[in-house]
Write a protein that binds this ligand. Structure first.
Ligand code: PMP
Length: 326
């Protein structure tokens, strides 16, 4: 475990060992704890997979020092990969559809990465194709592809999950996490199910997103403002295993918007929309455990606050609901 009181040789050593903080609005009998992932150097949960995937890929020889990492990404993963690539002597190229957060693209560039934009109308599909095309044209390049790479899940199984387990002395009864790739939730679920097969596992998505199709539900696809989680095409979410989840909870943007403001005003938590969605779902699970509607082996619920609201201020996250741009 990294001792943060000692001098460290690079920011890579500051990734992980983030604080776990009580969500005060949860019932006293069943506490909810959130892992504050904005404490990572690239300020999100994705620093973990950036470091973990690139270190393993270098070890395996998928890419050599001086080689290039090419990834289609809308944001946090690009920043996480750029932080790690810079320190591991790798170049980074990110293919980003134009409409995604300008702040995030600026940070990727500042970290030394090249950003290639694709037209927004073509969606992530074109960005993925372009990334593979660019990688093929380069001498030594690799596409980590976070949506299908098992190292994404492994990063959380090896780091996020044991950190939560140690902080809560093995008392985790339920894990609740929003799913973009699903890597975070799958890593937590695999770890805690091995510890106790009855651990309750909940996936979170914005209302309008289609993860519930994995459970055979008919979902009306709609745009949503909550950022970083959800899907409109479950065929792309190759890491998500519906067998391992007990429930998939859809949270409407309006509730997320209100919870983001409440978390800041009442709990001093400057967290973004996916964290607020997780807080809402985790508190609901905690109340259901307290009321006996959910049977969980222990009374603590663990969730993730993936990144900070500062990254989205220009989108008006703290203005009125109508002014918030998704
Ligand atoms: N929240 C935010 C802000 C994110 O950027 C992401 C990653 N897209 C997630 C949550 C979800 O993480 P995962 O991809 O591990 O499901």
């Amino acid at each position: 475990m990294t001792d943060h009181r000692e001098p460290l040789s690079s920011v890579l050593e500051t990734i992980g060992e983030t604080p776990l903080v009580d969500v005060q609005d949860a019932p006293d009998a069943v506490p909810v704890y959130a892992k504050l992932e904005s404490f990572n150097p690239g300020a999100s949960v994705k620093d973990r997979i950036g470091k973990y995937m690139l270190e393993r890929m270098l070890e395996r020889g998928d890419v050599g020092e001086g080689g290039t990492v090419v990834e289609p990404t809308a944001g946090n993963t690009g920043i996480g990969l750029a932080v790690a690539a810079g320190q591991l002597d790798l170049n980074a190229v990110f293919v980003v559809p134009e409409r995604f957060s300008v702040e995030k693209q600026q940070l990727m560039r500042a970290l030394g990465a090249e950003v290639v934009n694709t037209p927004s109308e073509e969606g992530m599909g074109l960005a993925i194709d372009r990334a593979h095309q660019i990688a093929e044209e380069l001498d030594d390049a690799v596409v980590p592809q976070q949506f299908s790479n098992p190292l994404n899940v492994e990063a959380h199984y090896e780091t996020t999950a044991p950190e939560i387990d140690a902080a809560l002395d093995g008392e985790v009864g339920a894990v609740v996490a929003g799913c973009g790739t699903g890597g975070t939730l799958m890593g937590l679920a695999e770890y805690f199910r091995e510890r106790d097969p009855d651990t309750y596992v909940v996936a979170v998505e914005p209302a309008g997103s289609a993860y519930r199709e994995f459970l055979g539900e008919d979902v009306e696809h709609e745009e949503y403002k909550t950022e970083g989680i959800g899907t409109h095409d479950i065929d792309r979410n190759e890491l998500f295993d519906p067998e391992i989840v007990d429930d998939i909870v859809a949270v409407p943007d309006r509730e997320v918007h209100e919870e983001m403001a409440r978390l800041a005003a009442e709990e001093g938590q400057l967290v973004a929309s996916s964290a607020a969605a997780n807080a809402i779902a985790a508190k609901r699970v905690a109340r259901d455990i307290r009321d006996g509607a959910i049977d969980a082996p222990h009374d603590a619920v663990a969730t993730i606050f993936c990144d900070s609201s500062e990254r989205y201020l220009s989108k008006g996250v703290y203005r009125s609901f109508e002014e918030w741009e998704g």
